[in-house]
Each structure stands twice: as structure tokens, then as C-alpha cells.
Design a protein around this ligand. Structure first.
Ligand SMILES: N[C@H](CCC[C@H](N)C(=O)O)C(=O)O
Length: 336
């Protein structure tokens, strides 16, 4: 039997599978089948999830484990900011360490435990990097230049400007007004750019952001491989960087930013140097359920006989109380 954890960062929900506890790790096709099955609201468990976080051993120095990210549709992503916070907590508690690195597809990233956001709301800080803007990061046809920074793209939408940043998974960002934020455009554009298209053949996470004030944003994301989620950690991180780059009077490098999202709130700090940009993402790492399932059934993506129990602590209620206590926020009118 093996135990999986249902976890969330800003209510971006995942099943976490530590493969070092299995007799045999799942093959890649088995991981894809498990993600598609387990995260589905109907065929899955506990109303499904946005993806699965796969923890494997790592033989890198000062690294406590490797994280792989499989989206709900079975596609693999190079990074997951909300997920990395929950994997960091899992490894911190497994190995009794509060500061270490986690191996991801393209980099070993620094993570550390932070003080709880509230009672029973544990928090972690994770490094989001590498950051890239250029064509090699985006296999998209030239949009008229080597990078896409705060530029209009009629093919995407009229009257908006867009910024493309890879952290290293791909993000397309636009700063919008309330009407646009609440309209159909984000869903339409997100769906369109995640079907075969000439701009992002590997798909892209699309985020709309509203500016609430100095170093304060509200961000909503249509995620590649998932659709709308309550929050996207790499999306909020990339948007924080775009904010500092395109609205320097309001978004400041090196200062803590508060990023609200439909699932709650995180903090980011954009570190900018000549050599490279990295973003620090700080937020909750909540565990809601433990799931016990037979190893063999996991290999067959069969979770029909899995048993789920609410995790011992009352973390979901604690997180919801934390969100209920957040200040109500409204966008400021910002001249584009
Ligand atoms: N859908 C993303 C992966 C998950 C990222 C998101 N959940 C986060 O917290 O960063 C992609 O395909 O690039």
C-alpha cells in the first residue's frame, strides 16, 4: 500500500506521490494515465485536482528530492510554483530540514520554511527560475522581435499589450481593467493558445492582472494543461516580474509584492541583476487529505478502491479562515 497526499498552494490543488515509497516507480505512461484519471472531477478522488506532483530521489548535492509536475491533461510541465511549496513542506517534514534545494526539470531550486501565515497555515518560500524572455524559451514564430515585452498583439486581442516570460514554463501576461478581467477574453485566449497555433506550439499559461496599488496585484490564470485554476504560482511570479518591468513606478524590484488570486494570496519578491532575474514566491503549503491505495492499482491508474482520510490537522479550515481574513481589494485605475 502507498500513501498519497492531497495538498494545495493558494487552493491550486495537487495529489503528491512520493515514488521512493513504492516497490517500483511508475513508468512515464503510467504517470500520465494516473494524472488523467485521478485529477478528473468525476473519475478521480476528492473532486479531482489540477495535477499530480511526483517526488523522486535526487543525487544532487544539498537536494532532498526531485519534483516532476504532470498537469491534469497528462502533459508534463517544467515547473510549478504552488506545487513546489507543498513538495518543499513534504520533504522538510520527511527529512527534518527547513532549508534545502529541490531538483526540478531545469534547475535545483532553493526552498525554505517561513513563519506560518496564520495558525495551522504553514508557509514556504521557493525560488522560481531560470527566467527567460527570448525565442529559445518560446518556440513561437516571431511576433516581430526577439522578445515580447509590453507589446500589442492584434492576433491575441485588440487594445491590450502582452509580455511573454518563461520561468521556465511559458507565461503570457497582460495588465487589464476590471471589465476585461471579468469578461470571456481570458478563457477564450487561453483555450485558443493551448490548441495548435503558430505562436505557442507547446501551449502557454495565460494570466490577466489588475493593479491594486503599489506592489499589489490581482492575478487570474488560464493554465496550460488544466484550464482555470484558483492560482498559478509561476503565473503570479512571472506577472510580478512583468509588473516591475512595465510599471516601474508601481511595481518595484527587490520589494515584497502582495499578489491576490481567486484562491487567496501569496507574496513575491523579484530579484533583478545584470546576470539574471529570479523570483521568490512565498505562500501556504497546505495538506488536506491522506490517500491510501494499493501499489499495483496505482500502476493501473485505478483509484476506485483508494481510501481517503482528512489529514489530521484542520488545515483546510485554517486556510479558509486565513482567506476570509484577507482585506477586500479593488483595482486602481491605471493609465495603460
Ligand atoms: N500548468 C503549468 C504547470 C503548473 C503551474 C502552476 N500550477 C504553478 O503553480 O506554477 C504548465 O503547464 O506550465
Amino acid at each position: 500500500m502507498v500513501v498519497l497526499h492531497k495538498v494545495h498552494g493558494s487552493q491550486n490543488r495537487f495529489f503528491l506521490l512520493d515514488q521512493t515509497t513504492l516497490e517500483q516507480p511508475l513508468t512515464d505512461p503510467e504517470l500520465v494515465a494516473l494524472a488523467q484519471q485521478m485529477t478528473h472531477p468525476k473519475t478521480g478522488l476528492l473532486n479531482g485536482a489540477d495535477g499530480i506532483l511526483v517526488v523522486n530521489a535526487s543525487n544532487h548535492d544539498n537536494v532532498l528530492g526531485q519534483m516532476r509536475v504532470i498537469n491534469a491533461d497528462g502533459s508534463e510541465a517544467s515547473m510549478c510554483g504552488n506545487g513546489l511549496r507543498t513538495v518543499s513542506r513534504y520533504l522538510a517534514e520527511k527529512y527534518h530540514s527547513n532549508q534545502f534545494k529541490v531538483e526540478t526539470l531545469t534547475a535545483d531550486l532553493q526552498v525554505s520554511r517561513q513563519s506560518d501565515l496564520a495558525t495551522d497555515v504553514p508557509a514556504f518560500s521557493v525560488e522560481i527560475s531560470p527566467v527567460r524572455f527570448n525565442q529559445t524559451a518560446f518556440p513561437f514564430d516571431h511576433l516581430g522581435g526577439e522578445t515580447l515585452i509590453d507589446a500589442p498583439v492584434r492576433a491575441f486581442a485588440d487594445g491590450l499589450t502582452f509580455t511573454a516570460i518563461a520561468v521556465p514554463n511559458p507565461h503570457l501576461i497582460s495588465f487589464v481593467d476590471t471589465t476585461t478581467m471579468n469578461g470571456p477574453l481570458l478563457g477564450d485566449l487561453g483555450a485558443r493558445l493551448n490548441r495548435p497555433n503558430r505562436y505557442f506550439p507547446d501551449g502557454v499559461n495565460v494570466s490577466f492582472a489588475q493593479i491594486l496599488g503599489p506592489d499589489q496585484l490581482f492575478v487570474r490564470t488560464f493554465e496550460r494543461g488544466v484550464g482555470f485554476t484558483n492560482a498559478c504560482g509561476t503565473g503570479m511570479s512571472a506577472t510580478s516580474l512583468a509588473f516591475a518591468m512595465t510599471h516601474p513606478q508601481l511595481g518595484h524590484f527587490g520589494r515584497q509584492m502582495t499578489i491576490y488570486n481567486p484562491g487567496g494570496m501569496v507574496k513575491t519578491v523579484v530579484h533583478h541583476s545584470k546576470a539574471r532575474d529570479t523570483i521568490e514566491l512565498i505562500g501556504n503549503a497546505t495538506e488536506t487529505h491522506l490517500i491510501t491505495v494499493d501499489d499495483a492499482q496505482l500502476h493501473q491508474a485505478n483509484v476506485t478502491e483508494a481510501t481517503a482520510t482528512v489529514a489530521t490537522t484542520h488545515e483546510e479550515a485554517a486556510y479558509e479562515a486565513f482567506v476570509a481574513g484577507l482585506p477586500s481589494v479593488s483595482a486602481i485605475a491605471v493609465k495603460e
